[in-house]
Design a protein around this ligand. Structure first.
Ligand code: GLN
Length: 452
């Protein structure tokens, strides 16, 4: 029964979550009650789904991995995706760890807990949706939702050996997702298979009047064309994604995946995305700018953290934010307010928006020639926990392959493509990234299925 499934997961979680640290909280009694009442005839009837802890679920905590919200904040409403999962019959079970407010690539910026990679517990699971990825990889969840602003679904999926799909901007409502960078954020599935990703996307995709950027266009049947294969498709290999800085073993796994798709009948075409080298600089201006604005709502009055005995209102704001936010979040707020300040706005923010347009046009030109694009997800396999701890720039640069699709609004997926042996003999997963045009998730899933 559905209750048995919840109980079996709960047993695995109590056996292994202490070591992995994937979950911040579990709502076992509530999940059992949802399971007992589940309508098994629905598409996700009785299936437990874990949610990243920046997606609102009525009555549950929503910590965003931050001290700011960790002490007693509970959501007063369901996010759109939460409601859609309920309508599809799913059981909402468990809240997964993340980098604070989804800012990071290792889940090490969580103020609350360390999450470990199930394939090698001395290593990071990736991030920011590292808890969701680790939970699925360690069999502590059947499937999960993550959010992706610049790679936060795809990169942890790659590091943990699971499937992670970032939908096109506007495919899934952001209502009830705690905003990081509103022009880049999307919620998407993290699953054990491409078929599961199609099912979960089906449940959460589609219009919502509460998010004006969510497009009012029909949602195709994502499972229908999955098995159609890639024969006759043109798949592009952008030369800028295979050059300097990529680990040769990672490159070899991705090239082997490309060869398999070629053997399955796809035509492989070399393409160019000439503005790729500017993606990191562009993203790390636009994302912090939007974050600095979005995070102004955490003022010590409205949510969570509030400084004790303030001298006056300004002191209340200052000390609540000083105590509530961690170092990476503060770094982004300072960077964001700087690039938006008068005198610097045109030099940084406006210029970044112009380069963003050039990056989007690169992809538009490429999709005149090819149906989908194949690239690595991350330049290296999962690194050790604590490595490069004082080097945010190193961390930012490692996002080079995942930022472009968010800046351009494309859909993108990470599919497991083998493993690389570490020095200590563990096998570290490597993902293949597939990119498809805006709203072309059916094409994306079809290529992903053939690559699986
Ligand atoms: N690693 C990127 C960042 O730190 C992307 C994070 C995300 O997609 N939420 O901003």
């Amino acid at each position: 029964t559905a209750v048995d499934i919840v109980d079996a997961l709960a047993a695995s979680i109590s056996a292994r979550n202490g070591e992995i640290g994937a979950y911040l909280s579990t709502n076992l009694d509530d999940a059992r009650a949802q399971a007992a009442a589940a309508d098994l005839s629905k598409p996700l009837g009785g299936i437990p789904i874990a949610l990243k802890d920046n997606i609102n679920v009525l009555g549950q905590p929503c910590t965003c991995g931050s001290k700011f919200l960790a002490n007693g904040y509970t959501s007063p409403y369901d996010a759109h995706v939460t409601g859609r999962l309920r309508e599809a019959g799913a059981v909402l079970f468990g809240r997964t760890n993340l980098d604070e407010f989804a800012m990071g690539s290792a889940t090490e910026n969580s103020a609350l807990q360390v999450t470990r990679n199930p394939h090698d517990t001395s290593r990071i699971p990736g991030g920011s949706s590292g808890g969701s990825a680790a939970a699925v990889a360690a069999d502590l969840a059947i499937a999960a939702l993550g959010s992706d602003t610049g790679g936060s679904i795809r990169q942890p999926a790659s590091h943990c050996g699971v499937v992670g799909l970032k939908p096109s901007y506007g495919r899934v409502s952001r209502y009830g997702l705690v905003a990081f960078a509103s022009s880049l954020d999307q919620i998407g599935p993290m699953t054990k298979s491409v078929a599961d990703a199609a099912l979960l996307l089906q449940a959460i995709a589609g219009p919502d009047h509460r998010d004006s950027t969510c497009l009012n266009v029909p949602v195709p049947d994502y499972s229908a064309d999955l098995a159609k294969g890639v024969a006759g498709m043109k798949l592009g290999i952008p030369k800028e994604y295979f050059g300097e800085g990529i680990d040769p073993e990672v490159r070899a796994r991705v090239e082997a995946a490309v060869k398999r798709l070629e053997a399955a009948g796809a035509e492989i075409v070399e393409i160019s995305l000439p503005h790729t080298e500017h993606a990191v600089a562009t993203y790390y201006i636009i994302a912090p700018a939007e974050a600095s604005s979005n995070l102004s709502r955490f003022d010590g009055i409205r949510y969570g953290q509030r400084a004790a005995n303030p001298a006056d209102l300004l002191d209340l704001y200052k000390r609540s934010r000083e105590d509530g936010f961690g170092p990476e979040v503060k770094r982004r707020i300072i960077l964001g307010t700087y690039v938006l300040s008068s005198g610097y706005y045109d030099a940084y923010y406006t210029r970044a928006q112009k380069v963003r347009t050039l990056i989007r046009r690169d992809f538009e030109d490429a999709f005149q020639q090819v149906d989908a694009i194949l690239t690595p997800v991350a330049p290296s396999p999962a690194r050790k926990i604590g490595e490069f701890a004082d080097d945010p720039l190193h961390e930012y640069l490692s996002d080079i392959f995942t930022l472009g699709p968010n800046l351009a609004g494309l859909c993108a997926i990470s599919v497991p493509a083998g493993t690389v042996a570490s020095d200590s003999g563990t096998q570290l997963p490597v993902g293949l990234q597939i990119l498809a045009p805006h709203m072309a998730e059916s094409t994306l899933l079809r290529v992903a299925k053939a690559a699986e």
